[in-house]
Design a protein around this ligand. Structure first.
Ligand code: PLP
Ligand code: COI
Length: 339
């Protein structure tokens, strides 16, 4: 294989080695298969194409100083994929199939796991889709679960550097009783226009508000939102956001640092009270937020000077990433080594 330039790779698709596939037919899951093909043979009436029967996950494989490859809390991704699948009437995917597909695909692509120290990782994308043909709106009878991997750099261009974002008031990503808490493709389709608007304004992403009242903060593009106020870690409690595994981990790490943790509805009006704010997720890791711009009120909330990251974001970032790479002891039991 031709090695990518590890310090130049961005968050984009690069062809790698084999991907895993497992078909669900006649009410049961078949054997896991591996292929080098990047393509899927789809019926033109597959439910994933018409009625959005599609869920996905995102996790990473990290190379340590000891050259070992580690996964972070993969069981949580398996659980969330099933919660998302159940949310749109897809059959339960056995955790064993998820595990074998993820672990074997990473192992078969180990040359693509970036070396330690480049700020790059192997992104793992499990994908689960309705394959069977239907024209009426109903769940498919056949499904495909697959896993592919691709080496990635930071999601937000400059890595662990503050970004500017924009409050989104024109579009909603998810309805209060809709699919916002599931990782389904439709939520991302609903986010494209606001994302374009943010990018066109030179900003990194948009900050979604609750769709009903536009009073509360939901999440920050493809990442959860958190704020630091004194010794408190604050993050929105909302039924229309994706329950982030990174955020769940940061809440535990903050508590471990002796911080108070509040998961509760967060008012937009509180933005002026916070000392630091950030976006967190597998792709975003912790991305500190420098400025939040509200186009409706023309208010600008500012949290960092230039590229200076706040002390709590900095501490939590290193605490999290040092566990993921194996630099620090994993006292929480979050990491699995791929042999
Ligand atoms: N919110 C959305 C909409 C996402 O797409 C993601 C990424 O998966 C997250 C939050 C962060 O979740 P996690 O930390 O589990 O990657
Ligand atoms: C992730 O953080 O893994 C995500 O899935 C974000 C993605 C939509 C780019």
């Amino acid at each position: 294989m031709e090695k990518p330039d590890w310090d130049k790779i961005s968050f984009a698709y690069l062809k790698t080695g084999p991907n895993a596939r497992c078909y669900y037919r006649d009410g049961k899951w078949n054997e896991l298969e591996f292929t080098d093909s990047e393509y899927i043979n789809l019926h033109m009436a597959s439910t994933c194409l018409h009625y959005g029967q599609e869920v996905f996950e995102g996790l990473k494989a990290y190379r340590g100083k000891d050259n070992k490859i580690r996964l972070f809390r993969w069981e949580e991704n398996a659980k969330r994929m099933n919660r998302s699948g159940q949310g749109i009437l897809m059959p339960e995917l056995p955790v064993d199939i998820f595990k074998e597909a993820v672990f074997k695909t990473v192992k078969l692509n180990e040359d693509y796991v970036p070396p330690y120290g480049y700020g790059a990782t192997l992104y793992i994308r499990p994908l689960y889709i309705g394959l069977g043909p239907e024209v009426g709106v109903k769940p498919a009878r056949e499904y495909l679960f697959m896993v592919f991997v691709t080496p990635v750099g930071p999601y937000f261009k400059n890595g662990f550097m503050p970004v500017d974002i924009m409050i989104c008031r024109e579009y909603d990503r998810a309805a209060p009783l809709g699919t916002g808490a599931y990782k389904v493709g439709g939520n991302y389709a609903a986010s494209l226009k606001s994302l374009k608007k943010a990018h066109d304004s030179g900003l990194s992403t948009s900050l979604y508000l609750d769709a009903k009242e536009k009073k509360y903060i939901d999440e920050a593009g493809p990442a959860n939102f958190f704020a630091i106020k004194g010794n408190t870690y604050i993050t929105p409690d909302s039924k229309s956001i994706l329950p982030s595994i990174t955020n769940m981990s940061l809440m535990e790490l903050a508590a471990d640092e002796g911080m108070k943790v509040e998961r509760r509805p967060v008012l937009v009006d509180e933005l002026s009270d916070f000392d630091e704010v950030g976006a967190c997720g597998t792709a975003a890791v912790i991305t500190p937020i420098r400025k939040i711009i509200d186009p409706e009120t023309n208010r600008i909330y500012e949290y960092c000077k230039g590229n200076e990251v706040g002390p709590v974001c900095n501490k939590l970032y290193h605490k999290l990433t040092n566990i993921q790479t194996g630099d620090n002891q994993d006292k929480f039991g979050w990491v699995s080594i791929i042999d």
